[in-house]
Write a protein that binds this ligand. Structure first.
Ligand code: IPE
Ligand code: MG
Length: 221
């Protein structure tokens, strides 16, 4: 979800206003995905690298997350959105953690759309943790057994989420930036110059239309 800052700067507004506009996009997007029956979405909201930003911006981002959960939770219940997270949320401000934990609990049985909020998320961190957890289990079991790929995958943050089919990056950046390196091995990549606050329901449809035109062979013929 890139380009909040640029969206704001181009309008002579503060970066935090760009982030606020970005949350409106998340809100609209979730409604739209429920409507068009997309069952899973992961939103890269805060990366393991985003801690390098100035403290006031980090605070503003988590305050927006808190506000988002407080104001949208009832709506997510009504729409059948289940909230899950990826990333070590123990490093997040306590208020955000508490709100997230409550939201995950309350929405846990919703069935329409799984919305995976990636917070303090980095794909390398995710894979490294999975490898460490696997090693720890091996040592505890006192026997060395090479994991099946499936067993390793079960140690990622959200093993029940399927592989990424379509990965959308906004604001003209042509990078993965440490996002879902494992799960996006065969993802179709879609890049758009639109900033995240500008990204609309029509843009979602356009991305999915483009996805439908791609020929996916997963290494076969
Ligand atoms: C994305 O927008 C916000 C986050 C997920 C942290 P940016 O803040 O990266 O916006 P630009 O790149 O400065 O335009
Ligand atoms: Mg950016």
């Amino acid at each position: 979800m890139d380009g909040n800052g640029r969206w704001a700067e181009a309008r002579g507004r503060r970066r935090s206003e760009g982030h606020r506009a970005g949350t409106e996009t998340v809100d609209r997007l979730l409604d739209h995905l429920v409507k068009i029956k997309v069952p899973y979405v992961s939103l890269y909201a805060f990366s393991t690298e985003n801690w390098r930003r100035p403290r006031p911006e980090i605070t503003a981002l988590f305050n927006l997350l808190n506000e988002f959960i407080i104001t949208r939770l009832d709506k997510m219940m009504a729409k059948g959105v289940r909230i899950v997270t990826s990333g070590d949320i123990s490093r997040l401000p306590k208020k955000s953690r508490d709100l997230l934990e409550n939201a995950m609990l309350r929405t846990g049985r919703n069935k329409k759309l799984v919305a995976n909020f990636c917070l303090n998320y980095g794909a390398r961190d995710e894979i490294h943790r999975a490898a460490m957890r696997f090693a720890a289990k091996q040592i505890a079991g006192r026997k060395i057994k090479i994991p099946k790929e499936k067993e390793f995958r079960a140690l990622l943050w959200q093993p029940e989420m399927p592989d990424v089919d379509l990965l959308v990056r906004t604001a003209g950046e042509l990078r993965l930036s440490n996002f879902m390196l494992y799960q996006a091995a065969y993802a179709e990549l879609y890049f758009t110059d639109k900033t995240w606050p500008e990204f609309s329901e029509n843009d979602v449809d356009a991305a999915i239309f483009e996805f439908g035109r791609r020929k996916r062979k997963f290494g076969g013929l």
